[in-house]
Every structure is written in C-alpha cells, then in structure tokens.
Design a protein around this ligand. Structure first.
Ligand SMILES: Cc1ncc(COP(=O)(O)O)c(C=O)c1O
Length: 295
C-alpha cells in the first residue's frame, strides 16, 4: 500500500486519513481564519517568504495572533515537505481562530489551529492551458474593500464559490467577478490581466482583488521583457475588446482566457504575449533564486 501523506497540525504530523480538527474550530463554524496556497517546483518552494509575509498580513487584519514566528512557520512548511519526501507540491497553509464555543466571539478561542497540507493540485489540464479557457462574468459582485475584501486571504470563500457555481451551471470553465462599480476585479482564485495594444493591464486591489504573488511576478516579468505593465480599472467592454486576456495564480499558474460571455478575445486563441509570459513563467518558478530550497 502506498504510504499516506503526513499533515502537520499544531506541531504534530498525522497521516492524511487521520488529520482531523475539532468541529468546534471556528475555521469550520465561521470561516474564521487565514490561509495561503503555495507551490514547490523541483525542490524549491516558490516565493515562500512572500507567501508567509502575506499570511501574517492577513492575520493582522483579522486580529489573529499566529503562535509561530515567521521563521518557525517557514521551517514547519519545509519540514512537512521533507517528511513527505516531496520536491514538487502544492502547499496549503491554514491558520484558523481555533476551538471555541458555538457563539462567534473570537475571544472564546484561546489557541489558533495551524495546519500544513502538502499534496498536489490540478486546476486546468495541459490541453486547456494550450487551448485557453472560456470564462463567464458572473452576477455575484466581488466582496468590496469595506467588507470581507479579498485583499485579505481569509477562509471565507463563499463569494468565490457562488461565482464558480454560476460558471459551472452555465457550462463555462471559470468565473470572472466584477466589483460593485462594475469594474473587472479578478477570477475566483486568480488575478486577471488583459493585453491591449502591447500594454499589460491588471485591475487595482481597490476592486477587492487579492494582491496576488503570481500577479506581482508577472508584472515584473512583463517589464523585464520590455512590455509596459500597469494597474488600471478595466470595464467589461475593455475585456471584450482586449487583444489577449489571462488569469494568474499559484494554483492556476498562467492560463489564457480566449472567450468571455461568448465573445472571442482577440482571435479566440491564446495570444503571443500571453504565450511568451507563460513560457518565461515556467522558467522563473524553477529558478532556485526565486524561492527557498527544501533540502
Ligand atoms: C481570490 C484570489 N485571487 C487571486 C489569487 C492568486 O494569488 P496568488 O498568485 O498569490 O496565488 C488567489 C490565490 O489563491 C485568490 O484566492
């Protein structure tokens, strides 16, 4: 029998089938907690420090005191990967408010729960990435910045899940969310970019979008390749009339969008700038200088 993956919970390791937390944990009862999705490529955890920094920033916003220092957290992530002998992996790092009573008051939760899962994730097939995906702008608006904004990577993903359900029932591959002013915000777990007249544009985080780490990598990469990359509001019309469009995210990586609400983007095929960025991104994630070695 294949050996089960080990999951870290509060400093101890449990086989996947026995990795369990209390039903009184407020992460389950109220979605009260923060998380990160991180990838390791070829023995190096891509942008690990950046993900850890964002986790602690998210925790600060929700006033959650993480019981480990950043260095201890980095070591726990690396140790979990080592225990599972993984070189390529998807890492899910979660800190919940912890066990409390059935009321929602966080003061009743004395100890946060820290969970590290190291496994694999596959969102889009190789073929889908080559062909590009079809997206739907959905009715549900991105949570605004003065509500449960996605600038904070919290465990509350109902906003995204409603978007995904809408795309699923309508037969599309992915959902695109608007902010309450009607501007494009992001996908359900991806940032979005358009390419127009050689310029690369992504919405500002004031639309409630996450400050994506892949988004940042792509902005810098685009500049390095000689393109102009800017943050600016994007309307649905801007998107429909873009030359190219793509999503970025740790799990999704870079994915071309070739159709939005049945309108072809450009010629309906992944565009040349998107393809170039995908190729270069593949190289960056495997560059040991861009991350933290596991072994
Ligand atoms: C809502 C949301 N937007 C964007 C992203 C992409 O962010 P990153 O590139 O840091 O993974 C994610 C990824 O988890 C997300 O959940």
């Amino acid at each position: 029998m294949e050996k089960e993956l080990l999951v870290y919970i509060d400093g101890k390791y449990y086989p996947k089938s026995q990795a369990k937390i209390s039903v009184y944990d407020h992460g389950l009862l109220y979605g009260d907690g923060v998380f990160e999705g991180i990838r390791a490529y070829n023995g190096v955890v891509f942008k690990l420090r950046e993900h850890i920094d964002r986790l602690y920033r998210s925790a600060r916003v929700i006033m959650l005191e993480i019981p480990l220092t950043k260095e201890e957290m980095i070591n726990a992530v690396l140790e979990t990967l080592r225990k599972n002998n993984l070189h390529d992996a998807y890492i899910r790092l979660i800190v919940t408010r912890g066990v409390g009573d059935l009321g929602l008051d966080p003061r009743k939760c004395p100890k946060p729960t820290v969970i590290i899962i190291t496994d694999v994730i596959k969102l889009h097939s190789k073929e889908a990435k080559e062909r590009g995906i079809r997206a739907l702008i959905v009715w549900v608006k991105r949570d605004p910045v003065d509500a449960t904004s996605h600038e904070v990577k919290s465990l509350n993903y109902m906003n995204s899940i409603l978007g995904k359900i809408e795309a699923n029932v309508a037969g599309f591959d992915e959902a695109i969310c608007l902010d309450k002013n009607g501007h494009i915000s992001e996908g359900i777990a991806e940032n979005i970019f358009i390419v127009k007249n050689g310029k690369i544009i992504t919405p500002p985080t004031s639309t409630g979008a996450l400050v994506g780490i892949t988004r940042d990598v792509i902005m810098k990469l685009a500049e390095k390749l000689g393109y102009k990359a800017v943050e600016a509001n994007i309307t649905p019309t801007d998107l429909f009339t873009a030359d190219e469009a793509f999503f970025t995210g740790t799990a999704a990586e870079v994915v071309p969008i070739v159709e939005v609400n049945k309108r072809k983007i450009g010629d309906g095929k992944p565009g040349p700038i998107t393809k170039r960025l995908m190729q270069e991104f593949e190289k960056i994630v495997r560059d040991p200088k861009e991350g933290t070695p596991i072994y």
